[in-house]
Design a protein around this ligand. Structure first.
Ligand code: PLP
Length: 306
């Protein structure tokens, strides 16, 4: 295990270790918007592979294969992946690992939201740390595990064939020693902080469930708002009427003091989608839903002309 100052730094270290300047890394689309600028800062090209919307978001393995065929040596999987909140099936993992193995590629698995499966009985978000057939780097950190982004502590668990893992670990140690970015106080406090995190997580899960329930109740009354399928994480995706695009909805809602991300921040192109945070206090969330529904109600329904 290598400690870093957070998952963003873990990702940057891994690009330094695994990808030559000018090379490429495969990242999910839709997905977390910071991978691309971090890759750019490291002189690496972020190339998207697709997650297909449907009753569940499924990884488009053909687009992964195309990226690997074009020379990418690393595939990033975010599990669950904001804002799609999607999980890979065991079959998808097997196929992905077989592709990586055939091309000598590595996997980076970002598990920062894996403690927040909306169905607590969902086994698919179990950590990928463990015995793996290809070099696998599992990322997590205090920012989501304990809700403590200010403490600046993340980690990389190195898994995969022993020789690869040993070589990667010594490369990462060298990189970590170059920067020495992890403060000693937080390292000393880590065991105690981790012992306390269950309480935070159960409070967070209750909040996520409360906000999702309010959203679904509201949607049941307003058929022009829909929630896209998702299985975990701190945000979700809602589709609003197509009378405005996602940017316009977000700006018009901002005029009503509702801060919501337009879907294009995440490369979402599934209609007029916006991405609310589910971690705000439930009363604030309900007030925001009222304003969203109010704005939607002002929109004339689109009537078909013949
Ligand atoms: C999917 C994902 N990965 C990584 C990060 C960065 O995490 P950290 O605060 O540990 O750098 C975030 C932050 O929101 C995230 O959403």
């Amino acid at each position: 295990v290598i400690l870093t100052s957070g998952t963003s730094e873990s990702f940057a270290h891994l690009l330094r270790l695994l990808v030559d300047p000018g090379g490429s890394v495969l990242v999910p689309s839709p997905g977390y918007p910071l991978f691309e600028p971090i890759a750019t800062a490291e002189g690496v090209r972020a190339v998207s592979y697709r997650l297909e919307p449907g009753p569940q978001w499924r990884i488009d393995l053909d687009s992964v294969e195309r990226g690997l065929g074009a020379g990418a040596r690393v595939v990033v999987v975010v599990h669950p992946n904001p804002p799609a909140g999607s999980a890979l099936t065991p079959e998808d993992w097997e196929a992905l690992e077989a592709m990586c193995s055939a091309r000598g590629a590595s996997l980076i698995v970002d598990e920062v939201f894996s403690d927040y499966a909306w169905d607590p009985a969902e086994p698919r978000f179990a950590s990928r740390a463990g015995t793996r057939p290809v070099p696998t780097f599992v990322l997590n950190g205090l920012s989501k595990v304990c809700g403590l982004p200010q403490l600046k502590l993340g980690w990389i668990v190195v898994a995969g064939p022993e020789q690869d893992a040993r070589r990667a670990t010594s490369g990462l140690e060298w990189l970590a020693d170059l920067f020495l970015s992890v403060g000693t106080p937080v390292q000393q406090a880590l065991p105690r902080i981790l012992r306390e995190c269950d309480r935070f997580q159960s409070r967070m899960r209750s909040r996520l469930h409360a906000n999702l329930a309010s959203l679904d109740t509201r949607i049941a009354r307003e058929p022009r708002i829909a929630r896209l399928p998702a299985e975990g994480g701190w945000s979700c995706t809602i589709r609003l009427p197509g009378s405005r695009d996602d940017e316009r909805w977000a700006l018009d809602l901002l005029d009503r003091d509702v801060a919501i991300h337009p879907g294009h921040f995440y490369d979402l192109d599934a209609g007029a989608c916006v991405v609310p945070s589910l971690i705000v206090p439930p009363a604030v969330f309900v007030a925001a839903l009222d304003r969203i529904a109010g704005l939607v109600a002002e929109d004339p329904p689109i009537t078909k002309t013949h």
